[in-house]
Design a protein around this ligand. Structure first.
Ligand code: FAD
Ligand code: NAI
Length: 472
């Protein structure tokens, strides 16, 4: 006998679990199916984000930053540290505890919101009267609406599968047992920089091989340049414009043959290699063919602007569809879809989805870059303010970077904000809100910001748009 639901969500990552909770809040009878297993084989809700993504990476970034600060920067504050040591096993165990707290938190939220949870792989069986039949192990479910939120997987290099011992995806990169003397990474994107930073701070000699000739091509050029300067100073070796060739494993580690930007043949020998060259949408085991659900040539489920697939009452959200692969984008789509199922007007504004890279300095942005505005022929004004001129940044001892604001030359509407520097991840929230409310640069310039705070730099960047900074 099938169990009937108004809404079945397949995938319990940030897209899926949030969609399930919002649908339950709206009065639907909701099930969520998720197959992720913890080390004991039990459920581990939260998907990539909670288990091998956002949360564990930020836990290790924080711990490794503390270590780096204690080893190299506390002395600037007059604090002497003697006998500094690293207990990597404890650091990794702390990260695992943080992950578990988040896994358990989602289970609690499901109970609180009366979402029925099924642990296992959900596969489509058929379209049936009143919805779609889904199989989860021995269980048969029928849902009137299905929300697919099955996420993404790390993309391996062709012919070089992940073994998670020497050739690591994000999963293995988050549980290396001893600090590698030499660590290689392929791809200087978000994971390359975050994971490269973690292991550099803990003592590895880190080399990143990047295929493109430009560093962080999607980031505003001025900001990317400033960030690159900081990473170079830290000793993170980033080789741009390389072509990766044969990768050979040996008892000692991995040997990577590549051609450098000058066209010369090189070899990089490392103990471990992290491959971070992007992620692919995941529909493994969903059996989409049984119902005729359409995928694009990248393997992403085809959806329209409202996350509707080609089949009635089947929706798809998050990493498994087009758009940025970000947890908060997946969450927003989850909420919007639940509201659309309820006949409401759920909405996601893709122009105001922020990006954050949690390195030191942090990099955060929202809206358009200067090069995008130039390419579009848009008349704009730019204002920048360096943290060097901010009192709080000086007090923190962290004056790298700047806030850069771009506004429409005619209306003064904010078109983009780009930050590299301390707490950029938090500072960007004000800018996202300003853009969501279609604020002008002058609106920000006229708002009272607490002193001394890093947020005064955002106000000053807004003043700089009108060429009237007060502190620079
Ligand atoms: P996922 O989180 O991938 O969840 C999908 C879930 O569905 C998984 O639990 C999976 O097991 C389950 N599933 C799949 N198929 C089935 C099936 N057939 N049946 C049952 N269950 C199934 N984003 C940010 O915004 N900020 C960050 O700081 C950040 N850091 C990251 C760091 C790393 C190292 C990585 C890899 C990613 C990071 N991301 C970050 C990206 C973020 O993790 C993803 O964008 C986000 O997890 C996508 O959410 P989702 O719900 O679409 O899918
Ligand atoms: P990415 O797309 O950010 O970066 C991949 C990099 O690898 C690019 O610079 C690309 O040019 C390069 N590359 C691709 N193929 C290559 C090859 N054969 N040789 C050399 N270089 C090559 O992908 P990444 O870092 O794997 O992360 C995946 C996604 O996960 C991100 O795009 C992001 O959506 C998400 N993420 C988000 C985080 C955050 O929000 N802080 C943190 C980590 C991941």
């Amino acid at each position: 006998m099938s169990k009937q639901f108004d809404v079945i969500v397949i995938g319990g990552g940030p897209g899926g679990y949030i969609a399930a909770i919002r649908a339950a809040q709206l009065g639907f009878n909701v099930a969520c199916v998720d197959e992720w297993k913890n080390a004991k084989g039990g459920p581990a809700l939260g998907g990539t984000c909670t288990n091998v993504g956002c949360i564990p990476s930020k836990a290790l970034l924080q711990s490794s930053e503390h270590y780096d600060q204690a080893g190299h920067h506390f002395a600037d504050h007059g604090i002497e540290v003697k006998g500094l040591g690293l207990d990597l096993a404890k650091m990794v165990a702390r990260k695992d505890t943080v992950v578990k707290q988040n896994n358990d938190g989602i289970q609690y939220l499901f109970k609180k919101n009366k979402v029925t949870f099924f642990h296992g792989r959900g596969s489509f069986v058929a379209a049936v009267d009143g919805g779609y039949a889904i199989k989860v192990g021995e269980e048969s479910l029928v849902g009137k609406h299905i929300v697919i939120a099955t996420g993404s997987n790390a993309r391996p290099l062709p012919g070089t599968p992940f073994d998670e011992e020497t050739i690591l995806s994000n999963d293995g990169a988050l549980r290396i047992g001893a600090v590698p003397k030499k660590l290689g990474l392929i791809g200087s994107g978000v994971i390359g920089l975050e994971m490269g930073s973690v292991w550099r701070r803990l003592g590895s000699e880190v080399t990143i091989l990047e295929g493109l000739p430009t560093f962080l091509g999607a980031v505003d050029e001025q900001i990317a340049k400033e960030a690159k300067k900081a990473f170079d100073k830290q000793g993170l070796k980033i080789n741009l414009g390389v072509k990766v060739g044969e990768i050979k494993k040996s008892k000692k580690g991995v040997s990577i043959a590549y051609t450098d930007a000058k066209g010369e043949a090189q070899t990089l020998d490392v103990d471990k290699l992290i491959v971070s060259i992007g992620r692919v949408p995941n529909t493994i085991g969903l059996d989409v063919d049984t119902i005729g659900l359409l995928l694009d040539d990248r393997g992403a489920i085809i959806v329209d602007g409202d996350c509707k697939t080609n089949l009635a009452n089947i929706w798809a959200i998050g990493d498994v569809v087009r758009g940025p692969m970000l947890a908060h984008k997946a969450e927003e789509e989850g909420v919007a879809v639940a509201e659309r199922i309820a006949g409401q007007h759920g909405h996601v504004n893709f122009n105001t989805v922020p990006w954050v890279i949690y390195t030191n300095p942090e990099i955060a942005w929202v809206g358009q870059t200067e090069q995008q505005l130039k390419a579009a022929g848009k008349a704009y004004k730019a204002g920048t303010f360096p943290f060097l001129a901010n009192g709080r940044a000086r007090a923190l001892g962290d004056t790298t970077g700047m806030v850069k604001m771009l506004a429409d030359a005619v209306t003064d509407e904010i078109l983009g904000v780009h930050i590299v520097g301390p707490q950029a991840s938090e500072l960007i929230a004000e800018c996202v809100m300003a853009m969501e409310f279609r604020a002008s640069a002058e609106d920000i310039a006229r708002i009272c910001h607490a002193h001394p705070s890093l947020s005064e730099s955002t106000k000053e960047a807004a003043l700089a748009v009108d060429k009237r900074t007060l502190n620079f």
